[in-house]
Design a protein around this ligand. Structure first.
Ligand SMILES: CN(C)c1nnc([C@H](N)S(N)(=O)=O)s1
Ligand SMILES: [Zn+2]
Length: 266
């Protein structure tokens, strides 16, 4: 069937344009962030994250990454888990978060900073629930989504990540999912909320150009042992005979095409 995309030689980022022509669009992500060219915008307020009521529901392997979904039950969906402020006109509701990472070594992030790659990048995906009635409707609107990007670099272990890495063996194969309750991603945020922001897209098909990117400047540290657990995941399902380790699930930087990256700081 169509829409089979991945990160390999045949189905990887350089071939996505065949099924998803928007891959060559004017506001694609990720990008290389050049700090010297970023425009400090003193009108940019700080971002504020309200994850306190964050209620995760499950963790799953979708064949491209490991995803923690937010609970959408009536009780939970009335609790606000939102990002607001910064470049955003209103509050955007958390939908899910996931990661991109490399093989051994320090490549693996999607955004780069003056050409520097990080070992991984966490994406917290939010949608404009004030303006749109569903994620699907927001996902195709130019102001529909806001993704918060957090860089991960190798260093000391990050305690808060262990609840995730200790669950990864349960979602080894594509299509597997397991209960994953009451995880609050607050514990994965760096101390500084200084950020760069620019108009971009989803970094995987369907590559919709609906994302306001907010990329934090300060990375968090994770240990090589923790990253090693991400690499025990597989791209394939248990039924497939092929066993392909899930790693290097990142899209390389895309052309800026005249966009301005704004900085929340001098
Ligand atoms: C439908 N959702 C939530 C997503 N679709 N593509 C996503 C990409 N993994 S990313 N990296 O967030 O743009 S997230
Ligand atoms: Zn992502």
């Amino acid at each position: 069937t169509g829409n089979q995309w991945g990160y390999g030689e045949e189905d990887g980022p350089s071939s996505w344009y065949k099924d998803y022509p928007i891959a060559e669009g004017a506001r694609q992500s990720p990008i290389n962030i050049a700090p010297e060219e970023a425009v400090y915008d003193h009108g940019l307020p700080p971002i504020s994250l309200h994850y306190d009521n964050c209620t995760s529901t499950n963790i799953s392997n979708n064949g491209h990454s490991v995803v923690v979904d937010r609970c959408e039950c009536d009780r939970c969906s009335s609790l606000l888990t939102v990002i607001q402020g910064g470049p955003l006109e209103n509050a955007y509701r958390l939908k899910q978060f996931h990661f991109h990472w490399g093989g051994k070594g320090c490549h693996g992030s999607e955004h780069t900073v003056a050409g520097k790659t990080y070992t991984s990048e966490l994406h917290l995906v939010h949608w404009n629930a004030a303006k749109y009635s569903s994620f699907a409707e927001a996902a195709v609107a130019p102001d529909g989504l806001a993704v918060l990007g957090v860089f991960l670099e190798i260093g000391d272990e990050r305690g808060g990540l262990n609840k995730i890495t200790d669950s990864l063996y349960m979602v080894k194969f594509k299509g597997t999912v397991t209960d994953f309750r009451d995880f609050n991603p607050n514990c994965l945020l760096p101390s500084s909320l200084k950020y760069w922001t620019y108009p971009g897209s989803l970094t995987t098909p369907p590559l919709y150009e609906s994302v306001t990117w907010i990329v934090l400047t300060e990375p968090i540290c994770v240990s090589e042992k923790q990253m090693g657990k991400f690499r025990t995941l597989l791209f394939n399902s248990e039924e497939e005979e092929q066993r392909t380790r899930m790693e290097n699930n990142f899209r390389p930087p895309q052309p800026l095409k005249g966009r301005t990256v704004r900085a929340s700081f001098k």
